[in-house]
Design a protein around this ligand. Structure first.
Ligand code: DQA
Length: 143
């Protein structure tokens, strides 16, 4: 089973960015957590991080023939990108949206995710655990 993991804009700065919201774990730490959970679950994971909206869309499209699912943190694009939402709707595999922080407990504008409206499911507020929970959900979905 193959799962594509996409981290959106500004997530490359985790570990130094808004520490009171996101904590001290770096993106490399988070990817390590995801990889060890994936190994336990027998899932092959590939990682991408990009600041570009179009690249997120292209990554989703390029994976159509090769993955069983995707875990996507669109970051701030969650709140704005109907293009990413349409790409999620356009691909045949499940896409689980994840957020490190609880987007419902922050500024009101973060509570709406237009990309989550297209996603199979959403996990938020659990830090790296959001990605791990999404992987477990993906495993259950496929068995
Ligand atoms: C985030 C939440 C978004 O609102 C924010 O723009 C991010 C990170 C999260 O993982 O908590 O960049 O997606």
């Amino acid at each position: 089973m193959k799962v594509l993991v996409i981290h959106g804009p500004n997530l490359n700065l985790l570990g130094s960015r808004e520490l009171s919201v996101y904590g001290t774990a770096t993106l490399a730490d988070i990817d390590e957590d995801i990889r060890s959970a994936a190994d336990e679950l027998g899932i092959e994971v590939t990682f991408h991080q990009t600041a570009r909206e179009g690249e997120i869309i292209e990554l989703l499209h390029a994976a159509i023939e090769s993955v069983d699912g995707a875990i996507l943190n669109p970051a701030a694009y969650s709140h704005t990108s109907r293009a990413i939402a349409d790409a999620i709707r356009a691909v045949p595999y499940p896409v689980i949206e994840v957020h490190l922080s609880n987007i419902h407990a922050r500024e009101p504008w973060r509570a709406r995710s237009v990309t989550a409206e297209a996603a199979t499911g959403i996990v938020a507020g659990l830090g790296a655990g959001s990605y791990v929970a999404a992987l477990h959900a993906m495993r259950r979905m496929m068995s």
